[in-house]
Design a protein around this ligand. Sequence first.
Ligand SMILES: Cc1ncc(COP(=O)(O)O)c(C=O)c1O
Length: 409
Amino acid sequence: MNPLLDKLQAYPFERLRQLFAGVTPNPSYRHISLGLGEPKHPTPALVRSAMIEAIEATPSGLSSYPATAGDALLRQACSEWLARRYQLQLDPANQILPVLGSREALFALTQVVINPGLGAPGAAPLVISPNPFYQIYEGAALLAGAEPYFVASDPARNFGPNWDVVPHAVWARTQLLFVCSPGNPTGAVMPLSEWQQLFDLSDRHGFVIASDECYSEIYFQDEPPLGGLQAAAMLGRSDFKNLIALTSLSKRSNSPGMRSGFVAGDAALIKPFLLYRTYHGSAMSPVVQAASIAAWRDEAHVLENRALYRQKFAEVTPLLAQVLQVRLPDAGFYLWADVGGDDQRFARELYAAYNVTVLPGSFLGREFEGHNPGKGRVRLALVADTSECLEAAHRICDFVKSRAAAVSK
Ligand SMILES: Cc1ncc(COP(=O)(O)O)c(C=O)c1O
């Protein structure tokens, strides 16, 4: 067996299951989960009908093997979306590749980028990840034979990592850096000045930047979040050297079950990535391609979806802010709340007393250099409809107030 498998950490939801083991939630309440970050708004009709049409067309979309590079029409639709959203001109022939959602692409790209042979004994190549983070970054790094290196998100910097604290010797060993903007769980959007800093470091040390942008279309500010490719173009880096952006329809178009996204950026990275994917066998089904073309071409459903989230966050956030330290994020569909104490205990007791699931922040962060920046916080995924999220928020208010009352007795 591959010994690197032993290095993988339990997934946050497995740890949550263990945390809740033996707890019987209060039966007077039906269960509400704010734990899992899975979109719950309905998949748009235009996406569903495009998929059905592709199955029923003659010959059926299922009767032939798809190409790993995807249909030219799909890559064209992705390129046109990048042009509308970010005013970018990318060549669909060699700067864009469809992927089966960003999760598998984050993992697979890491296997392509990392050269485990480059590290001297005891000095494995490094993969830099924000902390807290999406756990695939760490697993992908470990299975590629690299070591993860974590940079803590800093509440004083709108939860951005402070890249200045990373030692020179660490940058020198770094082969890949993950950016998550808008961030999971913090919702923070990385500003242009930080992109400039990371591009300079990448030029100096030769590492690749993988920009995970799957929450880019759910935002609460007037300005849409800055994308990595957009930042590069603004800084005159028209070849997107050493940069790949990953995006997805899962959140934008409420279709996580479709498994559809794309990567775009440096043609010198896209080429070996396509080669790798050909062997791995990750071509997208033609019916998913047809539905994806329809989704990327339409913005009306994205606007509607964003409006739903905006309404929901506008109602829920002030309620929770009465009892927790929490504020509207830049983007994404999470609240990242400071519970003023032990986050795991908070989650367990809330579940027991009010049958609401939230994810302890310490499960999303890693203890690194003596500090887990997720500690003391919980992640609340506002994915269910507004009434359910409001009901959960009211229960959380009652829970926090009853705890405070018990302490003051
Ligand atoms: C930060 C982040 N990146 C990537 C993904 C993967 O999404 P998908 O594979 O559905 O595109 C998720 C899913 O929750 C996520 O939170």
